[in-house]
Design a protein around this ligand. Structure first.
Ligand code: C5P
Length: 252
């Protein structure tokens, strides 16, 4: 708490607040307990969610860093804060899919739910709640000067590398890594890193091939009771990190 007490956030999103750090090249990411879906139309609060998602983000970002995929992570501060490199976030979401599910199946019904995608499918979405995050391609990104040609290649390269690392990791834990969403930020020109967060909110992680048991946010999206959703967050913490969450962290 002391890290942010008395400070005003410089930005606030649906699930995080961003504060300036005393060192100008860093920011403080504060993970909230808020949970949202349907572009923010559905909204609840789950105690311990900020802790769970900050910790899983730290855990997975460390894994990516070790594999040579750069991230925004500097340091995790219990329970729900990440000190991060200050970067200029790009207004896009990058989705990578190993198995057809979610919007891919809804928008392009010739893909069947559960169908393997090989090679993986990468999609870009322009971030706008108002426009419901429309899909764009890499030519749009360059025409809009959102990314340079080099940055576009870098983004695709890091996304596929991150996918390989995470897929192997989850497969070893007996889980099916269906898809995930990451966001990138610019550290300097032509030098992107993965930013924001990476946890059960930003991926589909199936425990069974039909996706009926899953460690992700789809239960909340499809109307599960909040108690069940909270239980899934706790299970997701355990299954990803292999650790037990701290009791007081879950109450924070
Ligand atoms: O909804 P859709 O099928 O496009 O989602 C693909 C992946 O991206 C899912 O893992 C979902 O959790 C994630 N996603 C996200 N934030 C969004 C949209 C999708 O984390 N705004």
């Amino acid at each position: 708490m002391s890290l942010i007490s008395g400070k005003q956030p410089i930005a606030e999103g649906k699930t995080k607040r961003v504060y300036l750090h005393d060192e100008p090249d860093k920011v403080i990411l504060y993970f909230k307990n808020d949970i949202t879906a349907l572009d923010g139309l559905k909204h609840d609060v789950i105690h311990g969610k900020g802790y769970i998602n900050a910790y899983i983000t730290k855990y997975l970002f460390e894994k990516l860093e070790k594999a040579g995929v750069p991230t925004q992570l500097v340091e995790y501060v219990y329970p729900n804060i990440i000190i991060a490199k200050k970067i200029q976030m790009l207004p896009i979401e990058v989705v990578c899919r190993n198995i057809a599910a979610g919007h891919l199946v809804k928008k392009l019904p010739f893909f069947k739910n559960g169908q393997p995608l090989n090679p993986p499918v990468i999609e870009f979405f322009y971030k706008s709640d108002e426009l419901h995050d429309p899909m764009v391609n890499e030519y749009h990104l360059q025409a809009l000067r959102i990314t340079s040609e080099k940055e576009t290649l870098q983004m695709k390269d890091y996304t596929l590398k991150a996918n390989r690392v995470l897929k192997d990791f989850f497969n070893k834990r007996g889980l099916i890594f269906v898809d995930f969403k990451i966001e990138f930020g610019r550290l300097s020109e032509d030098n992107l890193v993965i930013g924001d967060e990476l946890n059960g909110d930003s991926m589909r992680l199936w425990a069974s091939p039909d996706g009926r048991k899953a460690f992700d946010k789809d239960g909340y999206r499809s109307g599960d009771a909040l108690d069940k959703v909270r239980e899934t967050y706790i299970e997701t913490f355990k299954v990803i990190t292999g650790e037990e969450p701290l009791k007081e962290g879950l109450e924070s």
